[in-house]
Design a protein around this ligand. Structure first.
Ligand code: ATP
Ligand code: MG
Ligand code: MG
Ligand code: MG
Length: 560
């Protein structure tokens, strides 16, 4: 493409309201322009990067067997009312009316739309598993849109949804897509980590985030210096439990040997991957060991705890009495002590001064609960957040902290949406069952900004080859010089057969051209200057700064 025909409005000055490198550079290099707060135009260079990222995403998603579709951004309120999220999603959901005064939302995500689609179109277990994805503009009225594309109010997301007739099938696809995500972010050249995550407002249990390591990240990751353990700090278990590690391990061992259960059997019950994680959650109730999940879905915890009790792994004096309390979800109050039940707290306890807790009756909760006032909180003061230097929960190495940008998120949703929306299929025995679901998101525009954030220097952007808007930048120093302009044009015609090439054919001063070229940051620059009449050009590698002169006849081999 010829630069004279492009729209690449570069800026010399750093825009005043851009705080971080990627935002500054994407503006300065003419990739994006802000329209309204958190709303951007993607100019031609940005559009090309997005397409490259999308292509990588498509290849890797297709390889998992997922198929692409496109659903509406404009979504009927009825669907959101059915799932209940119309009432719980809050002001981030962009709501609007049509001319008949019917209510709609601009989709921030598509669980409702796809669940309703699959409910209508898939009736039998024979069609399962099924994975579908789309790449589309999403809308979220973020409280604090900032950092340019990193937190927009209108942004591009790849969202995928899988439908299953068994948990095992969900686990399988989840693992495949997890692997696909690792491939995607590796191919984008990003330095990232997959971390144990919090399920947020989408709900469900079994979830990982893909975090690009960056000092400007809004999330904190706790990771082990020796093992693969990594968790969003929101999810990292409290330290108090590890400090009593020996004691709890012994308790668990005792409980397990007495009941002839192995740790992995317990893991299977809990559907928790880390055995150590379970150990850390072992506490005593009336001198009896009790396994407690401190995070997660209310129902899920109750069911899982019930499995454990039923299996006789642990016993409670009054199971009915305490089950609900111990199964409290994070939205409720983790630690309670109604009847001599020892408090266990998760990290959110600091935030819950007046919380909600289970009232030992389905769908009933106490509100304005104040731990310490309404319940005796025996170990409350023991609880603190995990900190750097603490032993890793998996027993291997010590904890380090890093900041991360969430670029991807995978969830096991279970039947949360299918049950709420009555989306069922017929199983092998002709019985109706709710679909078991997973969902998987990648912020496409956020990924682009993360790449810009990770790859730059004082002169500008440095695009990794796989996602660069063009691979080669031919810069003709003086377009008025016949030898230079014709060599540049010839090179351009030849190289563009094989590569994405941008030709700077503008009649600008050399200084401007070189500065723009560094700012835009294409991987290879070919400068056509004074030696053009001898057929000699200069090649510069943006990333390393390596430079050499070469005769155009030898160029092709040198560029690759
Ligand atoms: P965050 O924690 O940053 O608010 P999220 O957890 O709300 O993100 P998800 O619902 O998991 O986001 O959406 C899937 C992906 O969409 C995220 O992993 C992220 O890459 C991207 N994303 C979410 N919100 C935004 C936004 N406001 N601007 C750009 N990308 C976003
Ligand atoms: Mg969010
Ligand atoms: Mg998040
Ligand atoms: Mg998320």
């Amino acid at each position: 493409m010829k630069q004279s025909k492009m729209l690449i409005p570069t800026l010399r000055e750093i825009p005043a309201d851009a705080e971080i490198k990627s935002h500054q550079l994407l503006l300065r290099a003419g990739f994006i322009r802000q329209n309204a707060s958190g709303v951007y135009s993607f100019l031609p260079l940005a559009k090309r990067v997005l397409q490259k990222v999308e292509q990588i995403v498509r290849e890797e998603m297709d390889a998992t067997g997922a198929v692409e579709l496109l659903m509406p951004a404009l979504q009927q309120a009825e669907l959101w009312q059915e799932s209940g999220r119309w009432y719980t999603y809050g002001p981030e959901l962009m709501r609007l009316h049509d001319r008949h005064n019917r209510e709609f939302a601009l989709g921030p995500t598509h669980e409702e739309v796809i669940t309703s689609l699959i409910k209508d179109e898939v009736k039998s277990y024979k069609r399962l598993p099924l994975s579908l994805y789309q790449i589309q503009t999403k809308f979220r009225d973020e409280k604090r849109p900032r950092f340019g594309l990193l937190r927009g109010r209108e942004f591009i997301m790849k969202d995928a949804y899988s439908f299953h007739s068994s948990r095992e099938s969900l686990d399988e696809v989840y693992n495949e897509i997890f692997q696909a995500y690792s491939n995607i972010f590796s191919r984008c050249g990003l330095n990232f980590r997959a971390v144990i995550a919090d399920s947020g407002s989408i709900g469900g249990k079994g979830t990982h985030e893909f975090m690009v390591l960056s000092d400007i990240g809004e999330d904190t990751i706790a990771y082990s210096d020796t093992s693969s353990y990594a968790a969003n700090i929101e999810m990292a278990p409290v330290v108090a439990s590890y400090e009593r590690g020996n004691e709890t391990e012994k308790e668990l061992e005792k409980a397990l040997t007495e009941n002839q259960k192995t740790i992995s059997e317990v893991s299977a019950f809990l559907n928790v991957s880390s055995e150590k994680c379970i150990k850390s959650l072992l506490f005593k109730v009336d001198e009896k060991p009790v396994l407690v999940l401190v995070r997660g879905d209310h129902e899920v915890n109750d069911i899982k705890l019930k499995n454990i009790f039923d299996a006789g792994i642990v016993e409670l004096a009054e199971p009915e009495e305490t089950l609900n309390i111990l199964g409290c979800s994070i939205g409720s109050l983790g630690p309670v002590n109604a009847k001599g039940v020892e408090i266990i707290a998760d990290h959110a306890v600091e935030a819950i001064v007046n919380g909600v807790c289970g009232a030992n009756e389905e769908d009933y909760h106490y509100v304005n609960v104040n731990p310490g006032r309404d319940f005796s909180v025996t170990r409350y003061e023991d609880i603190r957040f995990i900190q750097e230097g603490d032993p890793s929960p998996d027993g291997e190495g010590n904890i380090l902290f890093a900041k991360g940008i969430e670029v991807g998120h995978v969830f096991k949703l279970g039947t949360k949406y299918s049950e709420a929306m009555n989306a069922v299929y017929l199983d092998e025995n002709g019985k109706t069952q709710p679909f078991i679901m997973g969902c998987y998101g990648i912020g496409i525009s956020r990924t682009m900004a993360s790449i810009a954030e990770q790859f730059n220097d004082e002169k500008g952007l440095i695009w990794p080859v796989a996602v660069a808007p063009f691979k080669i930048h031919i810069v003709a120093v003086n377009m008025k010089d016949e030898a230079q302009s014709s060599l540049a044009e010839n090179l351009y015609d030849e190289l563009k057969q094989t590569y994405d090439v941008l030709l700077d054919d503008r009649q600008e001063r050399p200084g401007v051209k070189f500065a723009d070229s560094d700012l835009i940051g294409l991987p290879v620059r070919i400068t056509v200057g004074k030696k053009a009449s001898d057929g000699i050009v200069e090649v510069k590698v943006r990333q390393t700064g390596e430079m050499f002169e070469v005769h155009t006849s030898e160029l092709i081999g040198k560029v690759t």
